[in-house]
Design a protein around this ligand. Structure first.
Ligand SMILES: Cc1cc2nc3c(=O)[nH]c(=O)nc-3n(C[C@H](O)[C@H](O)[C@H](O)COP(=O)(O)OP(=O)(O)OC[C@H]3O[C@@H](n4cnc5c(N)ncnc54)[C@H](O)[C@@H]3O)c2cc1C
Length: 617
């Protein structure tokens, strides 16, 4: 991500209504909500947009069937309402996904579920039994899920016999029954987050309020409320320059880093010896005032995911996801991830270190592979089929709901205000991808109230910039493919290219490849820019679009968080070199550093994702 531009003389303080620290899905959604209400906003991130937990998630937009057992009815209702809304507002990125819950028998799990709802977690675990939740328990849960989902257009949930056509081919001998329901998948939360910020920029231009994004190296809050940010300049983030903001309020939306950020903002006691408050939240959480002397807000747990490349397993899964229990009763998702891969997650292990250092352990890989083998013995993957993994830390509240298991920690979000600070300063604790918009709406209402302003607008009915229906997407892909043909791209390649671009950018696909997609002939394409980006189906032109329009700056920004090539099983050295060449052409990378940039990216892919590239030596 690049430093914001056009901010005037460096040393001149910039007055702004709100500074948001953190450009994850929650910080981005809040920035958009505040700008929508006419406030000037600056977003400051330590890295890139969506470089934190947002991209390490299971990528589901869901009510959270399992939260019912923890009595989180308000959270489930809010999540289901948001799921239904995001399906309408961002259909290009949030897609319906059918699920099955494999069930071993009719009975079992009822007493355990009842104990859990009543808050007796220890009893719940003692009574859980080896056969998991039975058909009756699952049917009750699905009935309640239906009841809490207002405005859903999907068929009601039901219980069917295992092995029915169209269902994932799980082991019928072990699982003779299956609960069937629908939720949604956000395959690319990275792109969702970028689009929230693109929209914030558009709204800011319309309303003529200041909006910008910065990459920071350090940030320090002074006693007079000035925020000193050592900001990283463009050109490979080589130089620092200091920018001073004079905000009216700050929101710390740094997720799992919330405590680290407070420690840096208010070092050595300073304003941190204050009181914690929170406003009434959408999900009903209310913290009472309490002394704060560096009290921890986040008690994160790490969760790992695997990407499995196994043709038999992908075929056995089909178009639905499976929501099952591992041997120890923990929930496990087995999900389609594109046409070829299967996404498996997740673990839930307390984690107290720097969230950036969380990595998938060998034990977690074994655990998740074993869970899949139990479900699909006829298409059982081995460790060798795991082509990639990733790990992130959930920004959960430090206080536990029941003091026992990580799974029992509430998934509700809270907006916690620090009273001792020199200006209104809140931290966001918790939150899900699913509820980013409602969290933003609730947080904006509180910020506006404290600034003495009314809520003038909400994002409830505002689509994301790339929003388009499946049919509109198909028509757009046709026009892009036609343009590719005119530019000399062979027919099959032009179609693959068009689909890939529409899959990433939705209605913005025309702009991304530099054609006027509103014209029936789609305009004349730039032949050079339409040449493929290495071995990927994408055209070279999209790199320039991300650099110019989406705050991308580095190879990692492009490959991991704009074009999502990091998840492509076919990612090759040739593609990385092609991206680097585009960066050189755009003046963002020096030709001399190009090879070393590619080499260090490949090392990072091995260390962080356990991934080897197609043509790697
Ligand atoms: C394993 C796992 C599975 C999950 N699955 C789902 C799911 O399926 N569905 C769902 O709805 N939710 C899911 N979640 C929850 C969801 O992913 C997170 O709650 C959400 O992404 C948090 O977003 P955020 O914006 O608050 O934080 P983040 O995405 O972590 O963003 C925080 C940002 O702050 C930046 N930052 C850090 N320190 C500083 C600093 N000092 N100054 C400035 N910036 C800083 C980081 O670079 C980062 O960009 C899952 C979470 C995990 C871990």
């Amino acid at each position: 991500m690049t430093i914001g531009t056009a901010v005037g003389v460096e040393s001149t303080p910039i007055a702004v209504d709100v500074v948001i620290l953190g450009a994850g899905i929650n910080g981005a959604a809040l920035a958009r909500e505040l700008v929508l209400n006419g406030l000037s906003v600056v977003v400051v991130d330590a890295d890139d947009i969506a470089a934190g937990t947002t991209r390490w998630s299971t990528r589901l937009v869901h009510g959270g069937l399992r939260y019912l057992e923890y009595g989180e009815l308000t959270l489930v209702r809010e999540s289901l309402a948001e799921r239904n809304r995001l399906l309408r507002l961002a259909p290009h990125l949030v897609r319906p996904l059918g699920f099955v819950v494999p069930v071993q028998g009719w009975f079992g799990g009822l007493a355990s579920a009842a104990a859990r709802i009543l808050g007796f977690e220890a009893c719940a675990r003692r009574w859980a039994g080896e056969r998991g939740r039975g058909g009756l328990t699952v049917a009750c849960g699905l009935w309640l899920y239906d009841l809490l989902s207002t405005g859903s257009v999907w068929p009601r949930r039901c219980l069917v016999r295992g092995g029915e056509p169209g269902m994932p081919a799980v082991d019928v001998a072990r699982y003779p029954l299956a609960g069937v329901y629908d939720d949604a998948q956000m395959v690319f939360p990275e792109r969702f987050t970028v689009e929230l910020l693109v929209d914030a920029r558009t709204i800011a231009a319309e309303k003529q309020v200041f909006f910008n994004i910065f990459t920071r190296r350090t940030a320090h809050l002074e006693a007079d409320g000035r925020l000193r940010v050592a900001s990283v300049a463009a050109q490979n983030r080589a130089q620092d320059s200091e920018i001073v903001f004079v905000p009216r309020a700050i929101v710390n939306a740094t997720g799992a880093w919330v405590d680290h950020t407070l420690g840096e903002l208010l070092p050595a006691g300073g304003g941190a010896a204050g009181r914690l408050r929170s406003g009434e939240q959408q999900s009903g959480e209310h913290l009472t005032g309490q002394r704060l002397t560096r009290q921890r807000l986040i008690g994160g747990t790490k969760g790992s995911h695997l990407l499995v490349d196994h043709t038999g397993l992908r075929e056995a899964l089909g178009a639905r996801g499976v929501y099952a229990e591992a041997a120890d009763g923990r929930p496990v998702f087995v999900l389609p991830f594109g046409a070829r891969l299967v996404l498996v997650g997740t673990t839930d292990i307390p984690f107290a270190g720097d969230p950036s250092t969380a990595r998938t352990d060998a034990d977690e890989i074994d655990y998740l592979v074993a869970a899949v083998r139990l479900l699909f013995p006829a298409a059982a993957p081995s460790r060798g089929d795991v082509v990639q993994h990733y790990c992130g830390v959930r920004p959960l509240p430090a206080r536990r709901a029941d003091g026992s298991t990580p799974a029992g920690i509430t998934r509700r979000h809270m907006l916690v205000r620090l009273d001792g600070a020199p200006l209104p300063l809140w931290s966001i604790v918790g939150g899900k991808l699913t509820t980013c918009r409602s969290l933003a709406e609730g947080a904006a209402a509180e910020v506006l109230a404290v600034l003495g302003l009314p809520v003038a607008a909400t994002s409830r009915t505002r689509p994301l910039p790339g929003a388009c229906s499946l049919r509109e997407g198909e028509e757009l892909a046709e026009r892009c493919a036609a343009s590719g043909l005119v530019a000399g791209v062979p027919d099959a390649a032009a179609r693959a290219m068009a689909q890939a671009v529409v899959g990433l950018f939705g209605a913005r696909a025309g702009a991304a490849v530099g054609i006027d997609a509103t014209r029936s002939d789609a305009g004349v394409a730039d032949r050079e820019a339409f040449q493929p980006l290495g071995d990927s189906p994408l055209p070279r032109r999209v790199v320039r679009f991300c650099l110019d329009q989406e705050w991308a700056e580095t190879l990692a920004d492009i490959v991991e968080r704009r074009l999502l090539l990091a998840f492509d099983p076919e990612l090759s050295m040739a593609t990385l070199r092609a991206v680097a060449a585009e960066l050189v052409r755009a003046g963002r990378l020096s030709a001399e550093r190009s090879d070393s940039e590619v080499a260090s990216f490949v090392e990072m892919m091995a260390e962080r994702y356990g991934k080897r590239l197609q043509d790697q030596n």
